[in-house]
Design a binder for this molecule. Sequence first.
Ligand SMILES: C[S@@+](CC[C@H](N)C(=O)[O-])C[C@H]1O[C@@H](n2cnc3c(N)ncnc32)[C@H](O)[C@@H]1O
Length: 459
Amino acid sequence: MAEPDFAAPPDPIVGNQSKTGLVALAKKITREAEKLEAYMRENNLPMPSFDVDALADFPKLPEHVAQSRREIIYSTKELAQLAHGPRESLRWGVWEFLDVLAVQVINHFGIAKLFPTSSTITLAELQAKTSLDATNLARLLRLVMTKGIFREPAPGIIAHTAASRLLAEDGDLEAWVGFNAEDTFPAAAHVLEALKTHPEATSLARSGFCLAFDTVDKEPMFVTLGRDPARARRMGRAMASLTGGEGYEVSHFVNANNNGLVDVDAAGGTFVDVGGSHGFVCVDLAVRYKNIQFVCQDLPKTVESAPKPVCADPQAAARITFLAHDFFTEQVTKGADVYYLRWIIHNYSTPYAVRILRNLIPALKPGARVIINDHCLREPGRENPHDEAVMRRMDIVMLALLNAQERTEAEFRELFRTASDGFVFKGVTRPDGCRMSIIEALWQPKNGSVAKKVSDQTL
Ligand SMILES: C[S@@+](CC[C@H](N)C(=O)[O-])C[C@H]1O[C@@H](n2cnc3c(N)ncnc32)[C@H](O)[C@@H]1O
């Protein structure tokens, strides 16, 4: 296993730069913007813009240019905060939920799809196509315009921007916005009440989500969404949008030098993707590693709805088996080389997460690897500021939806230790450019380790 990457702070730390003054910060932004523009020009790439035809994403940039782009993102934010001053930053920062509210309504009513991206529409014509009244449509549109979503080139004339075009054309992104605005946002608004009534905040059925949707002590979020096909589909597409986004691509794990799969491949070993959804990680791995057998486990409905065949490559598809398995019951695929949990453990508070790990134990052979692929939180200020904000927000999303959490390396170590002293914690690595870490433990049972298995099932 490679050295954990926690040794050096990877990027400038927010707050430190302000000591050099506003002008120095502004000059730095100018320098980095010049480098980014020069690269775009030299490579005949369009300049970033809000125009409807602008590129929706930056192309893959060489690392030094990507670094310039990141510097612009952190430093402009810091410069703006300094220019506002702390009182005004707080005063107006706490209003950002209103932007989410406006995006929620605009996205829910599919406003972006109501006129072609290449033309404009009058507010009156647009209003005639929705059940929103003219005043409310106009006021919500004009708020989202302040975020670069739609524009009003002349009074009462609405035009698309690059962002509104994405809401019209990218169904996964529309689902991401919808899931977060319509499921996560109400859940977040109920976290305070949840924490007051259930301060321990561990139960899946006592989260902000449950308070928001009147399911306290009845059912967890996954059950609520699973019962409503449209909401379940939206969450699935939202997750697909996240996985396709910068820093979350499956390729980071598939191509990681330290994922240890070269040896598993050489031995023709078995890889179990626990809670593997429709098997997209298995597919990418199977294309790359030609001898590994894959078992993709998920709940029955998910397994039933997996694509058949799972991929176009028959050699890969033939090595992927789907299996309905509930990870809150004893693991049924015995003796595999790797048990992999991607975006699973962060969905659960510690009592549940320990139970998931303990349920693996009866299946584990000595030397079996358990790999958790989740965020691993660094010490405050050790992450670049944008990544830190994304990861800490995700941590709070997990609280709001599921009373769950992102974890630090120490918390992962403790999770394995609590599950069994047969787990030997190997450490955490993080591929370059990726927000997710590879957290690994080996099963090396001591006398009595197995006897402790699944002994504590109370939650
Ligand atoms: C956040 S998704 C992660 C999916 C996939 N591992 C990924 O990386 O995108 C959680 C997955 O766990 C599955 N799941 C939820 N509860 C489960 C359970 N009790 N047993 C097995 N799978 C479960 C869900 O159906 C879903 O596919």
